[in-house]
Write a protein that binds this ligand. Structure first.
Ligand code: GAL
Length: 754
């Protein structure tokens, strides 16, 4: 039977690697570390990627209890979920494997290299350089690729024969009586080729067995079908019902069981839009990198899952594109659980290398699809290097391979060049045409150069066309919001556009060739900490008010913030039926959403301008300024309210932590948001005092312990050790506020479906 353990603790790490390191085990140069691990913590911005590039060495003695329990004939395995950028693995000085590429998993059978009597010394040499032989490297790339063993490592033992992978397909997902086809792939010694069986069980979320099927076969890989399954629910964005498949291989001497989540759903991009379970669904999404301040990629599963929740529940997305590489398993599992669609793509950015490099691309396609083919959330495979020029021979092969591995999903290939060769199933285009006063999206015909319609998805827009910082001046914020709204409106108007995926979720550190001089691309609808810019509400206000009432005015509300002391146009991003607006003690005005300008948005914003209000009512430069009350109504009842003070003063310091309870089973990360608020509860946007942070208990502060508020907000992170106990975290602004929050670290494993 399979036994498995997480191998994230008891690692030792040092900068530098020489071949001789594999023979000398752990000396004073090494520090003890936990995974996930980054080779270098980085500042918030203004740093060079060279900071984390080089060769590094990780070592560990494999847990002896596991090895002493190893029975004759059993196999021992290591499974790495992701190591950036190239890993060489040695056991007891013997080189076992080289894995190129930081985004795909790899496994090693270490049995034959095990030392039966003594310690088993594992060494992982990690090269974090941007090596031109590994995609995405070779040209420039607009993001950073932080190095290290930054995802989980597992150690497990199986009998001689075991299950390598399973592929779950649901051919008639929408039928009353459904079926599940499970293809089982094995490895190892099946001994008697005519005498092994695959047992496949279908389980509900509570773990109850719904159906079971056994197949005796002589084949190493075979399909088992469960059919006539009644009473099962489909997976959708609104009801992400999941089931599990438990598969057991039984031979004379071996038994091996694996479990996988899946869902019943159908998905298809057609020329008139995207269909989920036969129903049209407009895609509204953003692109996501997998980076965080200070720690780069090495944040662990809780933070990964949190991003999916933010995208879906805070910012109202129904799809995320994993630009520009396969992202963590934990993130995609969470997308399955909450019903967030995923467009996943291979690593790459504009550059295509030589034939050996192209072979690596094919390996990436295979690794990505074989890792993720059971996720119901994934609806499209991206098999073209993002924004690369045409390359017929490469893309003919990537498409053929993807279709051969998984013929249940279509392929896409993200490009930015018009008339580029269309070898995929869905034409996926980064349409950066809108620059402020022109068209919002190009016509399909213009982009594809084809005289017939094709399935079509806009995969990026805005981004570098209008970088905007969370603390930028209000007129820029307004323009930023308008660009997002106009493109969304244009996409909702058109039946030939399946949806749009904006650039991007959050600001990100990048190379000197991009960004704002501090090597940050301020392209997000949120900042690096995922704190919303005004533009984030352009998206969240598209949720229905039943899901979440939204009312957000794009203003700091001050007489002199905008040019010529104006406050109009004032956009109020809302899903309310109408708003009521009262300036000072002037009469209350009822104003309806601007459906003239945004007829196609699910929820148009309210826009205060000369059409709805006489700007003279607010007075002019030199006259007194007053406070404002905005109320949002749904079915004639107030569901949301925002107030603005005429004379904001620091009134409160909110310290909000994402999780008040963390698990000590793994190193975990949680975010802390520190917000100075005025008497009306709004952030003190231009107040920049120093905040002093301190912590007690089994956790540490990631990043500096002294910060400035920027745009009224500061972000920090707490990272746990493996100890239980109470963490207290204090934020203080001298002479003003001091606030403490608590986080309990307990022995508890993650409650998740997958
Ligand atoms: C695209 C690219 C993205 C990002 C974006 C900025 O061309 O695919 O990775 O650089 O531009 O707007």
């Amino acid at each position: 039977m399979r036994t498995t353990t997480l191998l994230n603790k008891d690692w030792f790490f040092k900068a530098g690697f020489q071949t001789a390191d594999v023979d000398t085990f752990v000396n004073a140069e090494y520090e003890a570390v936990l995974l996930p691990h980054t080779v270098k913590e980085v500042p918030l911005n203004q740093f060079d990627e060279k900071l984390y590039q080089g060769e590094f060495c990780y070592q560990q003695v494999l847990p002896s209890d596991f090895l002493t329990a190893l029975q004759p004939g059993q196999r021992a395995w290591l499974h790495f979920e992701g190591v950036m950028a190239c890993a060489n693995v040695y056991l007891n000085g013997k080189h076992l494997l080289e894995h190129k590429g930081g985004y795909t998993p790899f496994e090693i059978d270490i049995t034959d290299a095990l030392n039966q009597d003594g310690d088993n010394r594992l060494t992982v040499a990690v090269d974090t350089n941007e090596r031109p032989d590994i995609p995405p490297f070779g040209g420039q790339i607009d993001y950073l690729t932080y190095g290290g063993i930054y995802r989980d490592v597992h150690f497990y033992v199986t009998d001689a024969a075991s299950i390598k992978n399973i592929k779950i397909e649901t051919p008639n997902a929408l039928a009353e009586k459904k079926s599940v086809e499970v293809e089982v792939f094995t490895r190892g010694d099946l001994e008697d080729a005519f005498n092994h069986s695959f047992v496949v069980e279908l389980l509900d979320e509570g773990g109850n067995i719904i159906a079971k099927q056994e197949r005796v076969t002589e084949q190493a890989s075979a399909k088992v079908t469960l059919s006539e399954l009644a009473g099962l629910e489909t997976w959708s964005v609104d009801s992400p019902n999941l089931y599990r498949i438990r598969t057991t291989l039984i031979t004379k001497a071996s038994k091996d069981t694996v479990e996988q989540c899946f869902g019943f759903r159908s998905c298809e991009f057609k020329t008139d839009g995207f269909y989920l379970n036969g129903e049209k669904l407009k895609i509204r999404g953003v692109n996501r990198h997998q980076a965080w301040p200070y720690l780069g990629y090495a944040v662990g599963n809780r933070a990964q899952r949190r991003d999916a929740d933010l995208l879906k529940f805070e910012y109202g997305m129904n799809l995320v594109r994993t630009s520009h590489y396969p992202q963590s398993k934990a993130f995609i599992e969470r997308c399955d659980e909450i019903g967030l669609l995923v467009f996943e793509e291979i690593p790459g950015w504009q550059h295509i290398g030589d034939e050996a490099w192209c072979q690596q691309v094919l390996t990436d396609v295979e690794d990505m699809i074989q890792r993720d083919w059971n996720h119901p959330s994934i609806i499209l495979w991206g098999v073209r290097i993002n924004e690369s020029p045409d390359h017929e021979s490469l893309y003919t092969r990537t498409n053929a391979l993807a279709r051969e591995l998984d013929n249940t999903r279509q392929t896409g290939g993200v490009r930015c060049i018009e008339d580029s060769q269309f070898l995929e199933d869905v034409f996926t285009m980064n349409d950066f045409v809108h620059s402020g006063s022109n068209e919002y999206l190009r016509s399909q015909e213009q982009v594809t150069g084809l005289d017939y319609p094709v399935p079509y998805l806009v995969t990026e827009y805005n981004g570098h066309m209008f970088p905007t910082k969370r603390f930028d001046q209000e007129e820029r914020q307004h323009e930023h919001v308008m660009r997002h709204l106009h493109i969304l409106n244009a996409m909702y108007e058109r039946d030939d556009v399946s949806g749009s995926v904006g650039w991007c979720f959050f600001d990100y550190n990048t190379h000197k060739d991009f960004g704002s001089g501090d090597r940050v691309c301020y392209h997000g609808i949120t900042d690096m900490f995922r704190f919303p810019k005004h533009a984030a509400y352009a998206y969240s206000s598209q949720l229905s008010p039943q899901e979440k009432p939204v009312l957000h005015a794009v203003t700091v509300w001050a007489r002199g913030e905008r040019s010529i002391s104006g406050a109009m146009p004032l956009a109020i991003l809302t899903n309310c039926d109408y708003i009521e607006f009262q300036y000072g003690d002037q009469p209350v005005r009822r104003i309806f959403p601007d459906r003239d300008t945004f007829p196609h948005l699910p929820y148009a914003p309210v826009v205060l301008d000369e059409r709805t209000i006489n700007p003279a009512e607010l007075g002019d430069w030199g006259l007194a300024w007053d406070g404002l009350v905005i109320k949002g109504f749904v079915n004639d009842e107030v569901v949301a309210e925002q107030r603005f003070a005429a004379d904001p003063i620091p009134t409160a310091l909110d310290v909000i932590v994402d999780d008040s309870e963390l698990s000590a089973n793994q190193k975990e990360l949680t975010r802390v948001e520190i917000v100075a608020r005025d008497q009306a509860g709004n952030p003190m946007t231009y107040w920049n005092p120093v905040v002093n942070l301190s912590i007690e208990g089994p956790g540490r502060i990631v990043g500096p312990q002294q910060l400035a508020l920027i745009g009224g907000v500061a972000g920090s992170y707490i990272e746990t050790t493996l100890d239980t106990g109470l963490i207290t975290f204090t934020a203080e602004i001298e002479g003003f506020f001091e606030n403490t929050i608590e986080v309990n670290v307990v022995n508890k494993s993650r409650a998740s479906t997958c």
